[in-house]
Design a protein. Structure first.
Length: 466
């Protein structure tokens, strides 16, 4: 037994000696090391159009292959960045688009050998997406069945060379006075008028080949104090309203293409007539009377083409109200007094739905009436849950603008008239300041920001015309 153990020990020693001799004989080359896979680290120096890609160096390489893509599966590559050969452990990628997501990865190389891909790093460039600068009316006028693209204006905006003036002439083919052609500012007493602002607005439109829509002859929220406090009989009150309508329509005959004759005559609750001073003093036929006086005045002044509109809000979501509006419209049609319906469309990014708007508008379409989307704006903060225009709301608003423009553009040619946006810049919109809307504070409902920069909403409008 003892002898056998000694023999085995000697044999083991021999094998170990042989093995140690073969491991390094001092003459052969080093064994080939496996090429390491690089580890990509986060991007740095991110700008609107560039960023620096970074990674950890791998030992014994002679360079790296860099891929940059706009998708994480690298199915396409940013030009030049498809296995671009680089050295070092950083590389600045330039010529990119603002506010865009990119992905990068690297491989190590040594001679013809290439490692597997590193991990993938996502990076988004700073800045804002450039909006399509095409002018709204240019695109609308090129349609098979064009229509007016309108905007609500204030007379003080209309001085030549102002930003409003430039945008208006470039982008819009129609205008509506935001308040200066209502009864309150024009009518200063029985038979006395202040025409200064209204004249300026109408002349601006006429001089510049921009359609002028008149808004509004009779509206309960724009009754001048002297008429609110009128102490005469109901018949005398009625004569005052008739005289006002006649004088205004006569003055602008041939200069104003269309008028909202009566605005918001239906209440929000049960779909009855709104309990206004006009209803109280003139009785339930007052709407028809006002249309008749407007028509008579236009005809007497030689304008037989004046378009008369009934204008109201929230009819797409409030079905009682919608039904009542169409009862009024049918009554006016039976007397040959109405040409079109104005849908204000002070909407939100959630409401009304596409189908609600289409259903509502279609009731006027089948009657052969002109359609005016008359006061479009789209709130994004109706619940006061954001403090700045977030990207998510911005895009939701864009989609909602696109939707309504598409609905409008799909109307038959004979029903098209105008689609009017209620103001220029977000910060001057009536929306954030309206106590009626009950969401005082921030909102961004229009097509331009406070610096007159195009918003995504504007691009949405354009895309609605595709
Ligand atoms: C608003 C204007 O935007 C405000 O500037 C003005 O002070 C009040 O009226 N429905 C209408 C519009 O028909 O005339 C209203 O315009 C908005 C609601």
């Amino acid at each position: 037994m003892k002898l056998t153990n000694i023999k085995m020990g000697i044999a083991l020693l021999l094998v170990m000696t042989l093995l140690s001799c073969s491991k390094d004989d001092g003459n052969g080359p080093d064994p080939i090391e496996v090429l390491g896979i690089p580890f990509a680290s986060t991007a740095s120096n991110i700008t609107d159009t560039s960023f620096q890609a970074n990674w950890v160096l791998v030992a014994k390489t002679d360079g790296y292959l860099l891929d940059v893509s706009t998708n994480s599966s690298f199915s396409t590559f940013v030009a030049e960045f498809n296995a671009l050969s680089v050295t070092g452990n950083t590389f600045v990628i330039t010529g990119l688009s603002p506010a865009t997501s990119y992905y990068y990865r690297v491989r190590a190389k040594r001679g013809v050998e290439v490692s597997n891909n590193s991990n993938i790093i996502a990076v988004t460039t700073t800045g804002i997406v450039a909006e399509d600068p095409t002018f709204l009316k240019v695109k609308a006028n090129a349609l098979a069945n064009p229509f007016f693209v309108g905007v609500a204006v204030k007379s003080q905006q209309l001085s030549t060379g102002s930003a409003y003036d430039v945008v208006l002439k470039n982008e819009f083919s129609s205008l509506t006075a935001e308040y200066e052609m209502k009864m309150n500012p024009i009518s200063t007493g029985s038979g006395s008028y202040n025409w200064v602002a209204a004249d300026k607005i109408v002349k601006y439109g006429n001089d510049n080949g921009i359609n002028v829509h008149g808004h509004a002859l009779v509206w309960h929220n724009a009754v001048p104090n002297w008429l609110t406090n009128f102490s005469g009989t109901n018949a005398e009150f009625t004569m005052e309203v008739k005289k006002y309508i006649t004088d205004v329509v006569t003055r602008y005959a041939g200069k104003v293409k269309s008028w909202d004759v009566v605005n918001e005559a239906v209440n929000d609750n049960d779909g009855g007539l709104r309990n206004t001073i006009f209803l109280q003093k003139m009785g339930p036929n007052y709407i028809k009377d006002c249309f008749q006086w407007a028509r008579d005045a236009a005809n007497a002044a030689g304008d037989t083409n004046l378009l008369l509109f009934y204008n109201d809000y929230a009819t797409s979501t409030n079905i009682n109200k919608q039904n009542k509006v169409y009862t009024i419209v049918e009554d006016l049609m039976a007397n040959n007094l109405i040409d079109g319906v104005g849908f204000q469309m002070h909407n939100t990014y959630l409401s009304p739905t596409k189908i609600q708007m289409e259903t509502d508008i279609n009731r006027a379409v089948v009657k052969g009436l002109k359609i005016h989307v008359s006061e479009l704006d789209i709130q994004v903060n109706q619940n006061n849950d954001i403090t700045y225009l977030t990207e998510e709301r911005n895009l939701a608003q864009k989609a909602k603008y696109l939707e309504i423009v598409k609905i409008y553009n799909a109307l038959p040619a004979a029903n098209k008239y105008a689609l009017t946006v209620w103001g220029f810049k977000d910060n001057e919109s009536w929306i954030p300041y309206s106590t009626d809307l009950n969401h005082p504070g921030n909102d961004w409902p229009l097509l331009y920001d406070k610096d007159f920069k195009l918003k995504s909403a504007h691009t949405g409008f354009l895309e609605g015309l595709n």
